[in-house]
Design a protein around this ligand. Sequence first.
Ligand code: HEC
Ligand code: HEC
Ligand code: HEC
Ligand code: HEC
Ligand code: HEC
Ligand code: HEC
Length: 427
Amino acid sequence: MSEMKTIYSSILRFSAYLILLTLSLNVLAQDPAAPAAPAPAAAPAAPGGDEALAKQGEAVFNANCKQCHGFNEVVVGPALKDAHKRWNDDKKLKNFIKYPQKTINTDAYAKALYEKYKPSIMPNHDALPDADIDAVIAYIKTGGPAPAVAAAVPGATSPDGKSSGGSADGGTVTFLLAALLIVLLLIIGVLAMLVSVLTRMVQNKPNVSDDEKEFLFGKIQWNVLFSSPIFKGVATLILVVILFKAGFDQVYAIGIQQGYAPTQPIPFSHKLHAGMYEIDCNYCHTGVNRGKSATIPSVNICLNCHNAIKTQSPYMQKLYAAVENNEPIKWVRVHNLPDLAYFNHAQHVKVGGIECTKCHGNVQEMEVIEQHSTLTMGWCINCHRETVVKAEGNAYYDKLLAMHNKQSKEPMKVANIGGLECSKCHY
Ligand code: HEC
Ligand code: HEC
Ligand code: HEC
Ligand code: HEC
Ligand code: HEC
Ligand code: HEC
């Protein structure tokens, strides 16, 4: 009966592989973009219908505190989430908000804060009515708005109807894989039963030829199995599926982020600098005419002006501190194509003569920069189909243009010079 054992152990081993494979697919199916845990709901406001008070507090906060404070991130001052718990006493907290610098002398915690955040300091708020300070404390207790990034990115539906949410998708895949696993186990069970029934039938048959015995009980020849075209095909297919899924997740994790406008570490205003003061985009984004990346300006460019302008502003303290510590400002990246796509600024701005606004919208009017276009492949392709190449005055295009004009009466579009070829945009 050792032959039977061989068959059974083969089946067992096969099922083990299947289970392993399913599990690994399952792990892959976990959506990296899905938030680990649901964002904590805003804690209920202080008891006693204080919602209106918190609402009023939000207005006070936006007018007086927002430039220096966020809830979940350090801006100029500390993140205010749970600040009331750290003070543990509303009276003390209120007094601190009114006269922070005076409090430093009497309160060890306040002093520690001061040491940690200097040279930034919090100004007195003694001009604010007490009621407003109570309101702002009530607002602090709510935990503030949900984090902007989490709200803006996953699951956001862009105007062209494509959803960037990957979590629901991940759930479906997991479910399908689980179903697949059950079906596979059932098939294995049925096969095992068939094998045992057949074996018993054969054993009860009196005259079994040697060939038949060899066929039924012979050891499975693994090397033959592995080198069979079917096995190779299936293995390749599985590999491709895994790779595809991993790539797909990556793309979805980035998703479409039209309208994405994260809070920056320093509230740098394009409306003020590029709009009101009409500073040229090139002055700061020095890469636009030179290469692939437009580049984000280093602190030194800011200091060309700000070692003289607004030197008392707490934001400038941040800039000076950055220079002193030789650390760049950690601007949050807004536009971000997936790695699989190649985009070059100089090609579009310098050679193509396209205005920044065509792709980035009216930056001169943006207080906070935001992603204006979808940045999808369809967006790139559509423009390449519609836009006529600026060929006059560019000797490089003379020959191409002559060739094109021989074949067609239409003006030469980007699509006609290879702007739809996969390899132009994909490495
Ligand atoms: C100009 C920037 C600035 C403004 C405006 C400002 N703060 Fe502050 N805040 C700070 C800094 C800096 C600290 C750290 C302590 C220090 O150095 O004074 C701080 C500390 C705090 C703390 C203590 C946080 C903790 O972790 O315990 C609270 C609470 C606070 N601020 C509330 C407010 C409120 C409420 C307003 C608006 C009414 C406000 N702040 C306006 C800069 C500011
Ligand atoms: C005084 C310097 C300065 C000038 C002038 C300026 N920018 Fe910026 N720009 C910045 C800084 C700093 C950032 C990063 C902080 C931010 O995102 O707000 C930035 C960010 C951006 C971004 C988003 C980058 C990302 O992360 O994807 C775009 C797009 C942009 N600028 C376009 C423009 C355009 C268009 C103009 C001209 C109309 C312009 N900028 C003028 C300094 C400048
Ligand atoms: C060509 C000059 C120039 C450059 C370069 C420049 N700024 Fe400014 N910035 C100004 C002017 C002018 C103001 C407005 C001053 C005023 O309101 O009195 C200003 C105001 C600001 C403010 C508001 C300050 C406040 O407290 O109200 C911030 C923040 C700021 N700039 C950040 C930056 C950063 C960050 C950079 C570098 C990426 C930069 N600026 C580069 C000229 C410049
Ligand atoms: C044809 C469309 C298009 C035009 C025109 C364009 N951009 Fe961009 N810009 C993009 C895309 C797409 C990205 C994202 C690139 C990436 O993630 O690799 C981007 C990214 C940026 C960034 C972020 C940093 C970087 O380079 O990745 C800045 C800053 C920027 N653009 C500024 C400008 C300025 C200033 C101009 C005008 C002089 C301009 N852009 C013109 C499409 C455009
Ligand atoms: C607003 C219109 C517009 C958009 C949007 C746009 N392009 Fe272009 N693109 C052009 C023009 C115009 C040219 C031709 C420039 C030239 O003359 O070489 C070009 C050329 C190119 C080329 C060189 C093609 C060749 O045959 O040499 C590449 C690569 C490219 N674009 C990639 C992209 C990618 C990637 C995106 C999207 C992220 C994009 N473009 C979005 C207008 C656009
Ligand atoms: C003009 C530039 C451009 C051309 C030409 C282009 N692509 Fe893309 N492609 C992109 C950009 C940009 C993205 C990323 C956009 C996104 O994440 O939605 C992308 C994404 C993709 C993706 C990822 C899946 C997705 O939809 O997000 C695949 C696959 C792809 N392209 C295949 C191709 C093939 C195949 C061709 C040739 C027929 C091609 N691309 C031609 C710009 C281009």
